[in-house]
Design a protein around this ligand. Structure first.
Ligand SMILES: Nc1nc2c(ncn2[C@@H]2O[C@H](COP(=O)(O)OP(=O)(O)OP(=O)(O)O)[C@@H](O)[C@H]2O)c(=O)[nH]1
Ligand SMILES: [Mg+2]
Length: 458
């Protein structure tokens, strides 16, 4: 087991390490206050233990030799109104690595131990400050890559998913209670039958939406993947560099410059884009270039959006033209056609497609804003497709699938005359699934696995 004892006083830096204005060190546990009192002297001369709860005090922290470590602010929060539900002292110091390390050392020699990843949040769950779904939402919130995920994670932290699960639990408990009652009062079965059927339908519809959007949502959480693909010298690497605003990829008039795929992430309009520059496509005997081209195709297959990049200043060869048609057909739903080199005289080009292509220049940056706007619209459409009432992780998803299966079994039991005993048995199983989702009855190992993904100090 990862964690030892929940009465231990634990300490960790909650703010990121590295230089900065301030650092926050949290000490939590039954004896947290006496730990802090051993090395923090309040300017007022009072002991922290004698202060009123939820108050802030100016203090000096001292090392073992009695030298001052730093001027700090001490926040005292007595249980139960704290993040962990236990006595907590938070020390705000200047954010210098040596100061922070010395403060942590002092807390440890005063009886605390270093917190494990996610241990403060785990205590919050154990002390009923939040359920497991909210704890997971908190981790999502910290790591959210897009505004949409951050917003949804915050809703879940506020309890949106928990209250939905809670209402399912309530309905199933009611049904379960009815089953027990029916052993004695069998007459009301008709109304009961309809009620539970209706509840099941509602739950199953939401689970179906979650199932439909789960993989795309998981995928989009890592950032929307945009692959630039096209013939050699089309201007892919130049466009890649223009979009990220840095000279990341090598650009040259030599055909076949890019071999490896190159990725870069950028934030635009609240979304996280992962741009992928790829090797130009052409017939070649060079085995390294062939490997690069294989990778270009693989990236295009995996991408959410494929930017088909075409040089507007050069007449395409028949082979290139055919390739454009093949690529456009293949990635039609996710393709965006971009003509480059609009600053040069345009040649008549025989590649026609249903969509209006964007013609831009990597030199003058003409129409770059139009490309970005079009990408944003495409991404918004993608995000709308992936919209699901809840943000669900792998653990919750698999438990929801188990719940769905149980609900289908329950549905099959709803034929008259209802076999109440059997129905009651399946309802208990469904309720067990729900308890696992919320963390009410989750194994220590599962808890360890969940909180291991958290950062230290959270
Ligand atoms: N005038 C002009 N030249 C451009 C533009 N975009 C790219 N170029 C030039 O076209 C040549 C090829 O550009 P790259 O960006 O390396 O093309 P690529 O598609 O990455 O080529 P490969 O990596 O070989 O597949 C370079 O000499 C660029 O400077 C543009 O918009 N206008
Ligand atoms: Mg290139």
């Amino acid at each position: 087991m990862l964690y030892t004892h929940d009465d231990d006083v634990i300490v960790a830096q909650c703010t990121p390490s590295g230089p900065g204005a301030l650092a926050l060190i949290r000490i939590s546990g039954i004896d947290a206050v006496s730990v802090a009192d051993q090395f923090c002297l309040l300017a007022s001369g009072k002991k922290i233990k004698d202060c009123t709860t939820h108050t802030i005090h100016f203090a000096r922290a001292y090392n073992a030799s009695g030298d001052i470590i730093d001027q700090v602010m001490v926040t005292l929060m007595r249980e139960p109104k704290t993040f962990t539900g236990q006595d907590t002292v938070e020390i705000t110091s200047h954010n210098n690595q040596f100061i922070v390390e010395e403060l942590l050392e002092r807390a440890i020699s005063a009886g605390a131990r270093m917190a494990q990843p996610g241990e403060f949040t785990r205590r919050a769950v154990l002390n009923d400050k939040m359920d497991l779904l909210q704890a997971e939402a908190l981790n999502e919130l910290i790591h959210a890559n897009t505004q949409q995920v951050a917003r949804q994670a915050l809703c879940q932290l506020e309890g949106s998913f928990s209250s939905w699960i809670g209402s399912i639990e309530h309905e199933l408990l009611r049904a379960s209670a009815f089953c027990y009652a029916s052993f004695e009062f069998i007459d009301e079965e008709m109304a009961f039958d309809e009620q539970i059927r209706h509840t099941l339908e509602t739950i199953l519809t939401i689970i179906a939406t979650i199932k439909r959007t789960f993989s795309i949502q998981q995928h989009i959480r890592q950032g929307v993947r945009i692959a630039l693909i096209g013939s050699v010298n089309a201007g892919k690497s130049s466009l890649f560099n223009t979009l990220i605003g840095a000279q990341r990829a090598i650009v040259s008039p030599q055909a076949g410059t890019t071999r490896d795929t190159i990725e870069a992430g950028l934030y635009r309009n609240g979304a996280y884009w992962t741009l992928i520059d790829t090797a130009g496509l052409r017939q070649t005997d060079d085995s390294i270039e062939q490997e690069g081209i294989k990778r270009s195709h693989a990236q295009a297959d995996m991408a959410d959006i494929v930017m088909l990049v075409i040089d507007s200043s050069r007449v395409l060869t028949p082979a290139e033209l055919e390739q454009c048609h093949i690529l456009y057909e293949r990635y039609k739903t996710k393709a965006l056609v971009v003509y480059t080199k609009s600053d040069m005289p345009r040649v008549s080009n025989a590649f026609e497609c249903a969509d209006q292509p964007i013609t831009l220049s990597n030199v003058t940056h003409e129409s770059l804003d139009i490309l970005e706007a079009k990408l944003s619209i495409k991404i918004e459409q993608l995000l709308a497709q992936a919209a699901s009432p809840y943000l669900v992780n792998q653990r919750q998803y698999h438990l929801l699938l188990g719940l769905e299966q149980q609900l289908h079994t329950i549905e099959q039991q709803l034929i008259t005359p209802i076999a109440y005993e059997l129905l009651s048995f399946h309802l208990t199983d469904a309720l067990a699934h729900i308890s696992e989702i919320t963390g009410k009855s989750v194994s220590e190992n599962t808890m360890d696995a969940i909180f291991r993904q958290f950062c230290i100090g959270k």
